[in-house]
Design a protein around this ligand. Sequence first.
Ligand code: NAD
Length: 493
Amino acid sequence: MTLFAGAGTTSATSHFINGEWTEASGPTFAVRNPLNDELVADAAAGTAADMRTAVEAAAAAFHAWANLNPGARQQLFLKAADIVDRRHEELVALMAVEGGASRAFSSFQIRLSSAMLRQAAGWGYLPAGDVLRSDVPGRTAMVTRKPLGVVAGFTPWNGAFYLAWRTFLLPMAFGNTTVIKPSELAPMSAGLIHAEILEEAGFPAGSFNVVTNAPGDAAAVSEVFFEHPAVRCINFTGSDKTARILGAQAGRALKRMVLELGGFNPVLVLDDADLEESIKAVTFGAFLHQGQVCMNSRKVYVHRSLHDEFVSRLAERVQALKIGDPLDPEVIIGPLITDQAVAQIHERVQDAVDRGATLVTGGTFEGRLYAPTILTHVPADAICTTGSDETFGPLLVIEAFDDVDAAFRDAQDVPYGLSASIMTRDRARGLDLAQRFDTGIVHVNAPTMASEAALPVGGVKDSGWGRSGHYAVEDFTEVRLATMSSEPGRYPF
Ligand code: NAD
């Protein structure tokens, strides 16, 4: 089956359950190009019954997948990585029409995805546990890491291709089977295309399953994840708003949950920073995928001695970014995903300007193409600068500072804790600040978006918990203790 051949309308009206493309039992829904509303695909409007079938297929496949030897698993992951690389151009086109992703962003995701597959291919050989000493004579204690069972995953529409891999590949690398529910805004790049790749690579039936749902049906379809006893963990990547709803459900069902949520991602440009490097890092960090990535920088604190030059040179660089159809390889700024996304950004820009902020560049839009926007002198109560609610688009706030400690405190005074950056030529000073940042990730002299497949990505505070890379072993396995005694026990009664 080829879901997407790079052009024209595609039929994606099947779920992928137990190694089979299962035609939708009910209606379908339209997936449209966010640039021009052209139909990209029809997708299956799945039901809770479809999801239950998928969960049961994953449960039935668990024992065999968990016990597959590491070498066999490794071959499958390596083969999938080669397929991802081979399909590079097709995937770029899919991410452009389904999610508005520029070539720069989709190529970044494709490279990360095949790198992660190659990394994960070796994880089957990680130590399976520890042998511990016991205080009881003649007793040996063995601690073994075991997969959990079925891990259910929610994938977001943004960065969908890479994040979907991250959602199911990490659990699968540690022996779990998976079912994912892709975002209804991008069901192919958030899950169905992965099924095609794993099918071609020869993954066993039931080890990976996908059920798509129509807009408005997510809660009803995913209810099964919380109800079904075979689901042992729910791996969610998405907004903190949705996470609060699902977290409450997981609490009631006593299910383990991993949460990869949004961020505020401040950048501190210290007085000794390399200005040119800082401008490049901030342009990339703030405007990759038109600001619709969890790790995009939302606010830059610049030392007052550099502020004016920083702002004018950054604005010049940002104004040169080509806006338009992401199928054009030179376009960096594609469309925002929905009209609501455009409205959110525009309201926040207007709110700040109404309160007295200076609009340096941007603040305009055509359809869903929103010009990258920079604001300075933003009053402290404007929503875009408080970090109290994630801004998810091409809007960057720049603030001058005199006292680095005050800027540092302000940058931390937000509910999110995903990523942060410090730009400085004094690496020791940078590292000292970095160690004190209350975020899951902090970079010295790199953008807030500096992911690598092998490095642990994840947040603290309202940005969630759980880590990628091989650190995910903590999230997707559990420790089992077995003891063995070779001497008679001593009992008090
Ligand atoms: P979202 O929360 O709207 O949706 C995420 C998933 O949850 C989708 O599959 C969606 O269908 C499902 N969903 C939404 N509401 C639901 C409900 N009531 N019941 C059941 N399922 C529901 O997020 P999004 O708009 O797709 O993605 C963007 C968000 O994700 C941003 O907040 C971004 O910061 C965050 N994100 C975080 C990371 C990370 O690694 N930390 C990565 C990417 C995106």
